[in-house]
Write a protein that binds this ligand. Structure first.
Ligand code: PLP
Length: 396
C-alpha cells in the first residue's frame, strides 16, 4: 500500500496538490472497494459515468464478445465495424430524425472539439457563443468556450471570436447574430453548479439560433443517457439541437464520446478538403459494444423514469437546516450548503462514513449528488441517512 502510494506520487501526474488518493481494489454496482477493505457507496458515479453501476454484467459480456472479434483495426471512418454501426443505429433510433449521423470520439472534450469545427465548416462563420459558468472540457477548443476565466487565462491565447453570455438571460440572446457559427450550451449546467434553465429560455435560444442560422450545440456529456430524467435533457425542454455531444455514461465505463447531427451538416467534413476531421481511436469497437449494452439496459429498465424517482426521494428526505437548497433534475442534483468550509467538512466526513460525494468545478459550496440510476432504494436510503447524520454532526 505504502509502495503504491509512493509510486502514485512519483510517477502518475496529479491534477491538484490534494487528490483524493483512494486506492481502488474493485468496483461493482453502486460500490467501490478500497484496498484497505473499506467499501464506499459511489454517489457521484465517476462523475456521471457509471449510470448503470460499475461493471454491469451486460456490459462485461458484450465487452468479452467484442474482445473475441477484434480490437482496433483501422483509423476512424474507413472500415465498416459492426460494433459502431449497431450502436449508432440504436442511438439514432432514440433521437429526433435530424440527429441521424454519429461521429465517434473517445472523450467528451473531443466531441465538443469536433462539434465546434463542424459548425464552423458547415456555416462558413467563425463567431462562437457560449455561456458563463459552462464547462466543455480542457483541450484548447473546448476550453475556449468554457465560461470561467480562471481556467482559460493561463492558456491564452485560445480561440478568437468567442462571446460569453449569462446563462438563462433572454435579452442576452440578441448577441447571437448572422456571424455566429454556433452556440454551445449545456441544457443543465453541471460543473457550473447544477443549474437548470427555464424551458422558455431554452425555446428562445433555439428560436434565436434558427432566426440567425447559427447552429445550436447541446453538450449533453454530463446530462445524457437518462440522468436528467429523460433520455436526453433537451427532451425535457421541448427543443432539438442541431448538434448533440455525448460521452461519459455513454460507454458504461468504457471511454466513448460522439457528436451527432444531420447527414447534411456532416457533409462539411467530407469535402474541401476530404478528411478534414479524422481520429485514430474514435469509436473503439470494444467501447461501442459496451455502449450498446449500456443503452439497452437504460431503455429496458426505463432508467430515465428511475432518475425521476431518485430525485423525488432525495428531495423528500434531504431536509436540514444546513441545506440552503437542493437543485437540479433527475439524478443530477446539487445540495447547496453555507460555504466552502462546511461543504469540504461534509464531503470529508461522508467519505469517512462510507459515502463518496464531491463538489462541482465552478462552485465550492455545492455538494454533487449523482448516484447510479439503477441504485437500489435501500442503498439510496443508506446514503441519505449518512448525509443527514453528518449534517447533524456538522451543526453540533
Ligand atoms: N462537457 C461537460 C458538460 C462535462 O461535464 C465534461 C466533463 O466533465 C466535458 C464536457 C469533458 O468531458 P471529458 O472529460 O470526457 O473530456
Amino acid at each position: 500500500m505504502g509502495f503504491l502510494r509512493e509510486r502514485f506520487a512519483r510517477h502518475v501526474a496529479w491534477t491538484s496538490d490534494s487528490p483524493l488518493g483512494l486506492a481502488v481494489e474493485r468496483a461493482y454496482g453502486p460500490y467501490i472497494e478500497l484496498d484497505n477493505g473499506h467499501r464506499l457507496i459511489d454517489f457521484i458515479s465517476g462523475i456521471a459515468v457509471s449510470s448503470i453501476g460499475h461493471r454491469h454484467p451486460r456490459v462485461l459480456s458484450e465487452v468479452e464478445r467484442q474482445l473475441d472479434r477484434h480490437l482496433h483495426v483501422m483509423v476512424y471512418g474507413e472500415f465498416i465495424q459492426r460494433a459502431q454501426v449497431e450502436y449508432a443505429t440504436l442511438l439514432c433510433s432514440r433521437l429526433p430524425d435530424s440527429l441521424e449521423t454519429v461521429y465517434f470520439t473517445m472523450t467528451g472534450t473531443e466531441a465538443n472539439e469536433g462539434a465546434l469545427k463542424l459548425a464552423k465548416k458547415a456555416t462558413g462563420r467563425t463567431k462562437l457563443v457560449a455561456f458563463e459558468r459552462s464547462y466543455h472540457g480542457d483541450t484548447h477548443g473546448s476550453l475556449s468556450v468554457t465560461g470561467r476565466a480562471i481556467y482559460r487565462e493561463p492558456f491564452m491565447p485560445l480561440l478568437p471570436d468567442v462571446t460569453f453570455l449569462p446563462f438563462g438571460e433572454t435579452e442576452a440572446l440578441e448577441s447571437i447574430d448572422r456571424e455566429t457559427a454556433c452556440v454551445i450550451a449545456e441544457p443543465i449546467q453541471g460543473e457550473g453548479g447544477i443549474r437548470v434553465p427555464r424551458a422558455e429560455w431554452m425555446q428562445a435560444l433555439r428560436a434565436r439560433c434558427t432566426e440567425t442560422g447559427a447552429l445550436l450545440i447541446f453538450d449533453e456529456i454530463q446530462t445524457g443517457f437518462g440522468r436528467s430524467g429523460t433520455l436526453f435533457a433537451f427532451e425535457g425542454f421541448g427543443v432539438v439541437p442541431d448538434i448533440l455531444t455525448v460521452a461519459k455514461a455513454m460507454g458504461g465505463g468504457m471511454p466513448l464520446g460522439a457528436f451527432v447531427a444531420s447527414s447534411e451538416i456532416f457533409g462539411a467534413f467530407r469535402r474541401d478538403p476530404p478528411l478534414s476531421h479524422v481520429t485514430t481511436f474514435g469509436g473503439h469497437p470494444v467501447s461501442c459494444a459496451a455502449a450498446r449494452a449500456t443503452l439497452e439496459v437504460i431503455l429496458e429498465e426505463n432508467l430515465p423514469a428511475r432518475a425521476r424517482s431518485i430525485e423525488a426521494h432525495i428531495r423528500r428526505r434531504l431536509r436540514h437546516a444546513l441545506i440552503r437548497e437542493v437543485r437540479g433534475k433527475g439524478a443530477l442534483l446539487g445540495m447547496e450548503l453555507a460555504d466552502k468550509a462546511t461543504t469540504e467538512r461534509v464531503v470529508r466526513r461522508c467519505l469517512r462514513a462510507g459515502l463518496l460525494l464531491s463538489w462541482t468545478l465552478h462552485s465550492d459550496s455545492l455538494v454533487r449528488l449523482a448516484p447510479p440510476l439503477n441504485i437500489d432504494f435501500d442503498v439510496l436510503e443508506t446514503a441519505v441517512d449518512i448525509i443527514l447524520k453528518v449534517l447533524g454532526e456538522a451543526e453540533a
